[in-house]
Write a protein that binds this ligand. Structure first.
Ligand code: COA
Length: 261
């Protein structure tokens, strides 16, 4: 089987002229990500890292929603139990991805929909983009090394606001702190990411890889270590009462009650 293909219809992949475009395709559930989608994504990133046909990867969602983050119902039924679970495999594969990685983000980018962006090299946002990391509101802790990377990029106090309150911030704020490169009309976002990807795909790959490696040299081991440290806590917290209450409330479409927790 072509390493850059998938039978999972919730994730689309198209590789052409050195550019592999991975698309979240579960719009009915706001592109929330199930365990099987994490496994597919992890396989794709692991394959793309060494596939000579892939020089650049673009990650994109829908014009109205990038991703609502973890599928909460799936989390209730299939919580990750070890650091080998697909969600953590994806985080490591993206954090260590050696080639240029671009994202086109329109609409909500919740949880891992935002934390993945800290591992992308170029991010293009629709003017409707809304970024949020509501882990505390779900009784959880940060993931994907966001407890390290968010304060590095936003500064401590804005990071604390984003991670403790878990409220959304929007495209202009993301541009100001450097999380996104450009704000665009949502209908142009994917096309601009593709145009930038074409420029990168035409450049010498070894020079791109070496430059990215050097750009990340200072933080690379710490990022992988933080993914593991957060992951161990995240797995434990998933089974605790606050997360169970938050997830049940979401599925039952009611407000969570944390009064006793
Ligand atoms: N997990 C599972 N299902 C989800 C989901 C998620 N993270 N996010 C949305 N959905 C589902 C909803 O349950 C709903 O399903 P239904 O039509 O079968 O009832 C459908 O997607 C549409 O969602 P809805 O909330 O009605 O859309 P919206 O446009 O009003 O709001 C969001 C969009 C993304 C702001 C909102 O869905 C949301 O906040 N989702 C949860 C985000 C979250 O906490 N993610 C976890 C991060 S760790």
């Amino acid at each position: 089987m072509n390493p850059m293909s998938t039978s999972n219809t919730d994730i689309l992949v198209h590789t052409e002229a050195g550019i592999s475009t991975i698309t979240f395709n579960r719009v009915g559930k706001k592109n929330s990500i199930t365990s099987s989608m994490y496994a597919t994504l992890a396989d794709l990133f692991e394959a793309a890292a060494t596939d000579a046909a892939v020089r650049v990867v673009v990650l994109q969602g829908d014009v109205a929603v990038f991703s609502a983050g973890n599928d909460i119902a799936d989390f209730l039924q299939n919580p990750p139990e070890t650091l080998d679970a697909p969600v953590f495999r994806l985080m490591r594969a993206v954090a260590a991805f050696p080639k240029p990685l671009l994202a086109a983000v329109c609409g909500p980018a919740v949880g891992i929909g935002t934390t993945l962006l800290f591992h992308c090299d170029l991010v293009y946002a629709g003017d409707n983009a809304a970024f949020s990391m509501p882990f505390v509101n779900l009784g959880l802790c940060p993931e994907a090394a966001s407890s390290l990377l968010v304060p590095q990029m936003l500064g401590y106090h804005r990071a604390a606001e984003a991670l403790l309150l878990g409220e959304p911030f929007f495209a202009e704020a993301a541009l100001e702190v450097g999380l996104v490169n450009r704000i665009l009309p949502p209908t142009e976002c994917n096309a601009v990411a593709q145009a930038q990807a074409r420029k990168l795909a035409a450049k010498p790959l070894a020079a791109l890889i070496e430059t990215k490696r050097l750009l990340k040299l200072g933080q690379a081991p710490a990022v992988l270590e933080r993914i593991e440290q957060e992951g161990a806590r995240f797995i434990r917290m998933l089974a605790e009462p606050a997360a169970r209450e938050a997830f049940s409330a979401f599925v039952e479409k009611r407000r969570p009650d944390f009064q006793q927790l």
